[in-house]
Write a protein that binds this ligand. Structure first.
Ligand code: SAM
Length: 303
């Protein structure tokens, strides 16, 4: 806890949503369970184990003190979320959470929901992936698999994509994705398909081929996608979806599976894909073990 309190002395908030303290990265021994995020105008304290009353009070006091130093004229909005026995609990410790709650990232706007379970609508560690798509999407046709609230799609359209196809089996997430498009002024250019990807290869082929494909699946969602057995089933279908010179971003957020796991699967199941690079994670997500952190691998269809 002491390391967290010390680290607070250096945090600053700007306008964009960002991680402020990444205990999970392992650089603060004893604080691996703690994260602090900024979803303006709200600070979100997450603990992956429940804090006892004294620990929580200590954290809240330290956050309040830092807030008063860096934002003396602004009242503090603070949400505490903790995980326990597979469940997620959220409570507002100070101030309030706007509804709707819209945050910014690199000129894009996204709706987030801090009080609705463990996923908030915007994965902050994927900021560089969205940035890459924004920078390379001009005049491209993009397929966004496991689209969730369509952050990649908004980034692609901002970057000048001709068309984006979003697919996710969660119609609720896609509905927020549609709102995200409207928030950013995109009333056309994107499709939102609420299907199981593994039952939709024909449809995806028909709407292709694509110049950029992003696949960002969950690591282990029982019944829908389990990386150890399903990633290879996905990779096998990629070449049939790709246009000439197409690029693919394959994402993996499973600490127990390393880069080599994914590279081997591609080598075995889609040798037509050539490995280019691993995108760096945002600096705020620095990890003592690079292999445990988010992996975003870039591939190109061989000529
Ligand atoms: C890690 S999230 C994706 C995050 C998203 N790419 C982003 O940048 O915000 C995983 C998503 O995969 C979806 N999903 C899981 N299994 C699926 C399947 N078999 N077919 C379609 N969607 C699936 C879930 O509904 C969830 O929205």
């Amino acid at each position: 806890m002491q390391r967290f309190i010390e680290a607070l002395a250096t945090i600053e908030v700007g306008e964009d949503a960002t991680r402020l303290f990444h205990g999970r990265g392992g650089y603060y021994p004893g604080c691996e369970h703690l994260c602090l995020d900024w979803f303006a105008p709200v600070l979100l304290l997450t603990s992956f184990t429940p804090l006892d009353a004294a620990e929580l009070a200590e954290c809240q006091q330290a956050i309040t003190a830092r807030w008063q130093t860096i934002q003396p004229n602004r009242s503090l909005n603070l949400v505490y979320q903790y995980r326990s026995g597979g469940e997620t609990f959220s409570q507002v410790l100070a101030g309030e959470v706007p509804d709707p709650h819209v945050v910014t990232e690199n000129g894009a706007q996204f709706q987030v929901h801090l009080l609705r379970g463990q996923n908030h609508g915007l994965f902050l560690d994927m900021a560089n992936g969205r940035e890459w798509v924004r920078a390379h999407a001009r005049h491209k046709k993009v397929l966004n698999l496991f689209a969730y609230t369509c952050g990649f799609s908004v980034a692609a359209l901002q970057g000048g994509a001709d068309e984006v196809v979003n697919m996710d089996m969660s119609k609720g997430a896609l509905a927020i994705g549609k709102q995200n498009h409207l928030l950013n002024g995109f009333s056309a250019g994107a499709r939102f398909l609420g299907h199981d990807i593994f039952k939709s290869w024909g449809k995806l082929r028909k709407l292709g081929p694509y110049d950029i494909v992003v696949a960002d699946p969950p690591s282990n969602q029982k019944g829908s996608f389990v990386a150890t057995k399903d990633y290879v089933r996905l990779i096998r279908h990629l070449p049939e979806l790709l246009a000439e010179n197409a690029e693919v971003l394959l994402c993996l957020n499973a600490p127990e599976l390393d880069t080599q796991f994914l590279r081997q699967q591609v080598e075995d199941a889609a040798p037509a894909l050539e490995y280019l690079e691993r995108l760096p994670n945002p600096a705020a997500f620095v990890d003592v073990s690079e292999e445990k952190s988010l992996k975003v691998l870039r591939y190109r269809l061989k000529a």
